[in-house]
Design a protein around this ligand. Structure first.
Ligand SMILES: *Cc1c(COP(=O)(O)O)cnc(C)c1O
Length: 460
């Protein structure tokens, strides 16, 4: 069968972008400043230096430099798994009988199984450059911990990963991979930190949460000489590194003379969405083009669609700076959901600001059985087994394509396929056996989370 355009659009190594794009340089208004958790005053660079690597703290604060060079060592690492392919979902289109053209950027082609390696590579490189003796982090579902362990092995730097206890028990293979790459894995909450001991005392038997693991990882970093803490999503620096996804996708679409009408990403902390959107948002902010942007989140953890736009802590232990973002409250405990990478109470301050100001057009919350319906259709037709997180974007890409079938419009849809689901087979089994439920928090459940929002004199 002959086709006008190829199934996969590859770029060569030489064509890989050499700069990250910092969308904040083009935003009309900046997100509200981070606040110091003790003083409730805007944080300064000096406040960030004990927690973050120096170069990353600078990137976190930088809202003026449009393009930032990707260090050559990071480019070399990227070349092991990038440029990633842009794929036309012909088979899916045929199965849906839609006139829409569906493209996806596939970020699952590395052992971590997700886009998180894009930022891990950068963060570990800067840590090494600074001569640090080690790093700490948290991981929920395990993708970030794996990506970071890979990058730490590559750049040869020690790593301690606090893994949400339920996840470490549910996903023993994730733990084994992280340890294979040489990192130290501690189920959280643990008795190795003050905050961990406190949480264990207050909630004996708890399975832990991402916010709690963050608190432990930060405590370990600031109390160990030469250590810093690194985070895999939410932060400005992470969205910056993930811009490589969108920059490549835009170049690939140009090769085949295409431009998306709709850009879709799943949203946990907002980093892959920020990444795939980046250059298209640049066009929008410059008034050149007007693609329609959609964020997709789980109905069980609906920060954009049902959260408050408010200052909140990024962790349960209240040791991080406060960020103004769409949040369900740092005390919100999301129900068990198979898309572990999307179970976070807050949302990137950049994504939150773009959504609040109407540049990110729409946020959609979807229920997990519908997500797995979409994952299964996608797997059968495109032959890639998608991660549950990524399948949120697939769900909405399919829904948009079906709308096109109704209206007869041949829209061009681009979504980010953030990863593969090989470690999520338990979820696929539950789905197949009809054991998966669609828990949606009630308004009363959400109120409990909102009650944990801090009150800040003169601000909220
Ligand atoms: C972590 C993760 C996500 C969600 O994180 P974002 O920061 O919102 O991108 C999505 N997909 C996969 C496969 C992940 O591992």
């Amino acid at each position: 069968m002959s086709r006008k355009v190829p199934k996969r659009v590859f770029l060569t190594e030489d064509q890989m972008p050499t700069k990250w794009y910092n969308v904040r340089a083009d935003m009309k208004e900046q997100h509200a400043p981070y606040l110091h958790p003790g003083t409730m005053q805007p944080v300064t660079l000096d406040d960030l230096l004990p927690i973050f690597c120096t170069e990353l703290a600078k990137q976190e604060a930088d809202n003026v430099t449009r393009y930032i060079d990707i260090p050559e060592e990071v480019q070399d690492f990227y070349k092991i798994f990038r440029p990633s392919p842009l794929i036309r979902a012909y088979e899916l289109e045929k199965a849906l009988d839609t006139p829409a053209k569906i493209y996806y950027k596939f970020e699952g082609n590395n052992t971590s199984g997700s886009h998180k390696l894009n930022s891990a590579a950068a963060q570990v490189y800067y840590a090494k450059e600074q001569g640090l003796s080690g790093l700490t982090t948290e991981t929920g579902a395990g993708q970030w911990g794996t990506a970071l362990a890979m990058a730490c092995a590559y750049f040869n730097i020690p790593l301690s990963v606090f893994m949400v206890k339920v996840s470490s028990e549910q996903k023993p293979y994730r733990k084994a991979i992280i340890e294979t790459f040489g990192a130290d894995l501690i189920p959280s909450p643990s008795d190795t930190t003050n905050i961990g001991r406190k949480i264990l005392q207050e909630h004996p038997g708890t399975g832990g949460s991402l916010g709690c693991a963050i608190s432990e990882a930060i405590e370990r970093a600031v109390s160990t000489p030469g250590y810093r803490y690194v985070l895999g999503s939410v932060l400005n620096q992470v969205l910056l590194h993930q811009s490589i996804i969108g920059e490549e996708a835009k170049m690939q679409m140009e090769v085949i003379d295409e431009y998306p009408d709709i850009v879709i990403g799943c949203a946990g902390g907002g980093s892959n969405l920020g990444g795939i959107m980046a250059p298209f948002m640049r066009d929008r902010l410059e008034g050149k083009r007007h693609p329609y942007f959609i964020a997709v989140e789980p109905a069980s953890c609906p920060s954009l669609t049902r959260g408050r736009y408010a200052y909140d802590f990024c962790d349960t232990g209240h040791v991080t700076p406060l960020a103004k973002m769409y949040t369900l409250g740092a005390g919100f405990m999301p129900s068990p959901n198979h898309a572990g990478g999307l179970r976070y109470h807050g949302m990137s301050p950049i994504i939150s600001k773009l959504y609040h100001d109407g540049y990110l057009d729409e946020a959609v919350a979807v229920e997990q059985t519908k997500v797995f319906d979409a994952a299964t259709i996608f797997a059968k037709n495109e032959t890639i087994l998608p991660a549950p997180e990524s399948s949120h974007a697939i769900r909405v890409a399919i829904d948009e394509a079906l709308k096109c079938k109704e209206s007869g419009e041949a829209k061009t849809i681009l979504f980010n396929l953030t990863g593969t689901g090989y470690f999520d087979m338990h979820a696929y089994m539950d789905y197949k056996e009809g054991k998966m439920n669609d828990y949606v928090p009630t308004d009363a459940d959400l109120e409990q989370g909102f009650a944990t929002l801090p009150s800040i004199p003169g601000i909220q």
